[in-house]
Design a protein around this ligand. Structure first.
Ligand code: ADP
Ligand code: CIR
Length: 364
């Protein structure tokens, strides 16, 4: 019989990956055994291994290389996902909650006095601070399998819900990408408020289809509370401002998130073992990335930035985000793990590491 085209394409993809020297987690964990175990599997709606690995095949310089087109992918293709998840999030086999199979503890944002401090009260190192998390609806597929109508439905639902449920500091308006003037869009991206367009990792994952339809941004007047709609995940919820006032930024996020989860009528995909589900497995669990934009010239000059970051479980990115370069000596440093710890602990990881880095910078 004639070979199904998916089968042919998957075979070609596999050979390209095998013969490459890619350093991605996909290359590391899609071993011949795992490949043969998964190559003929499909989710109920027809998601294949090819759909999952497309981005890492097209971009052999990926750090990770896989995305989950829907929630079911995490179980159908769990032998691959779990190896990559445990590697990225540094999930040790001896963690007590692993006994139950659960990698993610219950949601915990800590008490009202959260134990956070201003990381740089004199403003000598930290330029700005940002905390974001992700949410996806349980009743829609994730990004790469959304239809044009579903992108538009999600946008309409989110807009309606946010404009009604958010009050006080987080109250704001929604601005669709469709019809936005190019100057306005570019300004929002340059000012670090809006996602960029044309990300090649998302592109190869089929996650940029029908762009800019269904994509947009909600924000308050001050642009300290923002929600990205249908970029990588259905929602990215963000609290950010200039300086390093972590308690204020954290409390703003927690309050708005509480309203979104309890007063907006929206319900999000949460897995008993993996926490909140996301398109990219690096974001599972808490989904929290707490970051600072920071200058540490002495630490960088001494060649110590990467090793110190690793020691404190932090990740270093460029000034314009992941896969971007460093401009004016400004690094983006954030917690690397998002799964296997609580929301409070994820942000604490950033606090502990940045305080230590600043102390080192001052001692050099
Ligand atoms: P994400 O945080 O959503 O995973 P990126 O790494 O692409 O994705 O970052 C998104 C945007 O947020 C980029 O424009 C980046 O410069 C900006 N950003 C991240 N952290 C900070 C920060 N602490 N201060 C200001 N802008 C930030
Ligand atoms: C990579 O593998 O490098 C890209 N697919 C991005 C991985 C993690 N980042 C993300 O989800 N934003």
């Amino acid at each position: 019989p004639l070979l199904d085209t998916t089968e042919v394409q998957l075979g070609i993809a596999w050979e390209r990956l095998q013969s490459s020297s890619s350093h991605s987690l996909l290359r590391k964990h899609l071993t011949p055994d795992i490949y043969h175990l998964l190559k003929d599997r499909k989710t109920t709606s027809g998601v294949t291994l090819l759909d999952i690995i497309r981005s890492g095949i097209a971009n052999l310089d990926s750090g990770v290389g896989i995305y989950a087109p829907n929630a079911e992918s995490y179980s159908t293709f769990s032998p691959l996902f779990l190896r990559i998840i445990d590697d990225y999030h540094n999930i040790a086999a001896e963690v007590p909650f692993r006994i139950s199979g659960a990698r993610q503890p219950a949601v915990d944002f800590g008490g009202p006095t959260t134990g956070f401090v201003n990381l740089d009260p004199e403003g000598k190192y930290v330029i700005s601070t940002r905390i974001r998390c992700a949410r996806n609806f349980a009743e829609y597929p994730f990004n790469s399998k959304l239809t044009k109508k579903q992108y538009m439905d999600i946008e309409r639902r989110v807009r309606w819900a946010l404009e009604r449920s958010l009050n006080g500091e987080a109250k704001g308006d929604y601005y669709p990408l469709l019809g936005m003037g190019e100057e306005v869009r570019k300004r929002l991206v340059d000012d670090r408020f809006l996602f960029k367009s044309g990300d090649r990792f998302l592109e190869a994952a089929n996650a940029n289809r029908f762009w800019p339809t269904g994509r947009g941004i909600f924000h308050n007047v001050e642009k300290t509370f923002l929600v990205w709609v249908n970029e990588e995940d259905h929602l990215r919820i963000i609290s950010m401002e200039q300086g390093a006032d972590l308690p204020t930024i954290y409390n703003r996020l927690v309050a708005a998130l509480h309203n979104i989860e309890h007063n907006s009528g929206m319900h999000f995909a949460r897995h008993p073992d993996l926490g909140y589900l996301t398109f990219c497995p690096t974001n599972l669990g808490t989904t929290i990335r707490a970051s600072v934009h920071i200058r540490l010239p002495k630490l960088v000059g001494a060649g110590l930035l990467e090793s110190v970051a690793e020691k404190y479980e932090l990740q270093v990115r460029g000034t314009r985000g992941e896969h971007s370069g460093v401009e004016g000596g400004v690094y983006d440093i954030s917690n690397k793990r998002r799964l296997g710890l609580t929301e409070f602990q994820a942000v604490r990881t950033l606090q502990r590491g940045i305080l230590a880095m600043i102390e080192m910078e001052e001692s050099l």
